[in-house]
Design a protein around this ligand. Sequence first.
Ligand SMILES: O=C(O)CCC(=O)C(=O)O
Length: 284
Amino acid sequence: MGRFLDDAQVAAYRHDGYASPFRAVPAVQAEHWRRELERTTGAFDAAFPKQPGRRYASSRMKPYLLFRWAAEMVRNPAVLDAVEDLVGPDILVYHTTLWWKPAGSEAFVPWHQDGTYFGLAPHEHVTAWVALTPSTPESGCVTILPGTQRQGQLPHVDKPDPAIMLSRGQTVAAEVDAAAGVPIPLQPGEFSLHDTLVLHGSAPNRSAHDRIGLGISYIPARCYHTGPTRLSATLVRGENRYDHFDLEPEPQADMDAAAVAAHLDSIGRFWRASELMPEMSLVH
Ligand SMILES: O=C(O)CCC(=O)C(=O)O
């Protein structure tokens, strides 16, 4: 018996490849995190400006290594209880992406499977998408193609398009029945869970407000990276009993020197891994 999800919810996740919505924190806490997010990412971007044509350690990747609000989010007890019901008690954060879709933006996410670009085995990774603003069909919420995880890993192609929020425009190469898509709306402080192989994407933001959420990639400690690079991850529950990853430190203060160094080290390992495994993406 689960600690957060009931048997029917676990069964629905296994069958459909997702489960939603669940509450992580009250809306007022989500609003506090959103304000902190805007303050801290602004400060980071000013201190470490993007250098065109060069790789840079974006605060949109693994923000939980830089900022206290994100460190708290990836350790949220309700989210971890739900993830534990799906993958067991030893849980690592492998990756995290800040999905910030500005008001009225054409940015979108094409149909894809997360597992394609993570270089992980077995395919047990779960994404928790935690909303910090309303995420609705109008604002371009995540849309799932239920049951598609049962097709296994599908081929993807790169489709360079500046409006695509994935680093290389990675898109599933198979025929997709978009009409079968199920939008998963969330209110601030709510979260959804989706399987690493379920096809999903999201449309442009047609609303007057930014749509912001944190996509947290949780893995059971038994998962390993299939490439030769030793990657790092954060232990958030249980034990790192398989030692497949070096453990990352928790930031003690926003963007302090140790946090910036740990973030750069972790992202740098991803860069190296992606060079050795070209199918990996840096962002997603
Ligand atoms: O936030 C989005 O629009 C896409 C999210 C996504 O692809 C993911 O969390 O895996």
